[in-house]
Ligand binder design. Structure first.
Ligand SMILES: Cc1cc2nc3c(=O)[nH]c(=O)nc-3n(C[C@H](O)[C@H](O)[C@H](O)COP(=O)(O)O)c2cc1C
Length: 173
């Protein structure tokens, strides 16, 4: 099995992070991996916002907690976020950003960095509290965030969930 296959098979969502920082160089590589994702008609109407600022990460989690009424919501306390956003009218924006997120997750795995998809912003980007913080991060007003990559080294005490093979593969010869 080659290294790429191993990375794909070994990646699992991480929901408990240690506080150890992820080097900016690695985060830049993850953003680069995102920008190399496929994009419908190569429109690439996306933007990737890399957030290492703990105060902003915690404030964003607090805003989500409030708007979605999810007491204690903390996005699993990641040490960094990569927030892909895309023009709300972009025909393939959601799909493009999903491809970009998967590239981020796999690149992160290749560096031993844990990751998980955070889906909570999709429906609430235009609520004033959320838009205010998106504006602060210079995410354009006409952009929607379909999913966020929460990142950090996995808490060494957390157990990695066993792989479950769900879904069907049918081979027709
Ligand atoms: C569209 C989408 C939305 C997701 N949203 C969340 C989320 O908000 N919070 C979370 O903890 N995991 C989220 N996940 C991660 C899935 O729960 C996870 O990928 C799934 O349970 C399979 O586990 P694995 O990633 O470890 O293989 C999301 C995944 C996808 C593809």
């Amino acid at each position: 099995m080659n290294e790429t296959m191993k990375t794909i098979l070994e990646r699992r969502s991480v929901r408990s992070f240690s506080s150890g920082p992820v080097a900016e160089e690695i985060l830049k590589d993850l953003a680069d991996a995102a920008m190399h994702a496929p994009s419908g008609m190569c429109r690439k109407t996306w933007k990737f916002t890399v957030v290492m600022n703990q105060e902003i990460i915690k404030r964003l989690a607090k805003v989500i907690e409030k708007v979605l009424d999810r007491p204690g919501y903390d996005m699993y306390n990641p040490v960094a976020l990569i927030i892909p956003s895309n023009e709300r009218d972009s025909k393939y924006g959601r799909e493009d950003n999903a491809c970009a997120l998967q590239n981020i997750f796999l690149a992160a795995e290749s560096y031993g960095v844990g990751s998980v998809w955070i889906n909570q912003l999709t429906g609430i980007c235009d609520t004033p509290e959320v838009r205010e913080i998106l504006n602060e991060m210079e995410i354009p007003e006409n952009h929607i965030v379909y999913g966020i990559a929460a990142l950090g080294f996995a808490n060494p005490n957390a157990t990695k969930p066993a792989y479950r093979e769900i879904g069907e593969v049918k081979i027709i010869r």
